[in-house]
Design a protein around this ligand. Sequence first.
Ligand code: ZN
Length: 537
Amino acid sequence: MVRFLLALTLTPGAALAQTAQPAPKLVVAISVDQLSADLFAQYRAHFTGGFKRMSEGVVFPNGYQSHSATETCPGHSTILTGVRPARNGIIANSWIDLGAARTDKTVYCAEDERVAGSTSKAYMVSAYHLKVPTLGERMKAADPRVRVVAVAGKDRSAVMMGGHRVDQLWYWSGKSFEGSAIGTPARAVTRANAETAARIARGDKPLPLSPLCALRSQPMVAGTVAIGTGRFERAAGDARAFRYTPALDEATIALAGDIAEEARLGRGPQTDVLIVGAAGTDYIGHGFGNSGSEMCLQLQALDSALATLFARLDKAKIDYVAMLTSDHGGADASVRDNDRGLPGAETIDPALTPTKLGEAVAAELGLPAPLLYGTDPAGDVYIDRAVTGPARDKVIARAKARYLAHPQVAGVFSAADIAATPAPDLPPENWTLAQRARASYAPGRSGDLIVLLKPYVTPIAAPGPGYVATHGSAWDYDRRVPVLFWRRGLRGFEQPASVETVDIAPTLAAIVGFPLPAGEIDGVCRDLDAGAATTCR
Ligand code: ZN
């Protein structure tokens, strides 16, 4: 319709001038792990750096990771593929393969278990399980000069956004940045590792509290953990604590900028891709919840680190389009929710774990235990493969009945239920629970049952150090994320209606001039032009 109007009202020359902006030289795709739409809204007015710049571009405050398995790996798998987990294969961070030849039946999303000796805990990092190409891969296939660089605080974030063929792929391994490169690894990596090792060895003094963060500093106790007033003081040599501080994102983003500079990304005739996975917000959300001084200090530090990255690209006079989103949202620690007007927040009943519920069903039906398997207290639940035929149907019926009788369970879906669920024809906020589950359900890989908990029931049975709050539910506090675009000269606007993170890849693809084949993706291009012209070509 927009094009039709243009044809009527403008001369072809004028229409061309409005629509055919040259492709940017660089796509900067940033994921801030666990940056919920709620968290972004809470801090938006206070940002002064990189987040502020993104907020002045095209803002979709109501983006959806529309599926029910709101975890890191599925979330990152949607961002640059344009494909939901049901079709791209990344149904969870980890899943169970009871038919696996190895003893370890858990499969990590970013491993290649065909490699001898790989386990879900000590694995070969790989994009093997991602069944579709990323935007960067498609761009490289069309033009071999295109370079794709992915730098992240987590291996799975770098892998799922980078894809199967990445020029440089680096992630924080817990002690250093590790990864791989086609050709010579960047010298910047060696330098970053030396600097980070020195910083870890030195320790960190507590960060000063800004006036904003002082307002949010309020002590709480979650299980055995003191939260709410943290300032990231870190003992000399404590490498484990490093990732629970803003320094992780500072190091990650600085490395991304260094590699971009060293590899001269965005300075050739082609469009390159720089992917940044900032994991700190997620670690800090898990470790301290999202409403204390800790999250405040983290977001202010990240705001500043992103500003530095953008300033470097500006200084190099690179025409780049920046996109910022998140892999999922997140909930606060239950104890703080209970103290702050949400008395219903509760922890999961341990009787609901696949092991415990499986024991109950096994006893009822006279079957041997263990009967049910899962990597998490809810989500994908797998039935012992030895149970077949009518006995298996009975297990499904009895397990469903037991789950549904429990006051903390919102829904349980078998493979047959999912298969009978129609594709959604409404925006993601209106999807049924079954439709949310369907969006991250891949037959043959997903559980025999998908168990979804009620809102504000946390799967954390006992909060401990590093784990007082989480995400992963089918509810909007975990599904809603901001989706932001910025390019110099692009007039900003805000579109409050919901969009999906699978819309990001086709939107960026159109801007760089590689429209994605509609049948191969689940998302749609979103027009970033504020006026009558369109960026969706
Ligand atoms: Zn995450």
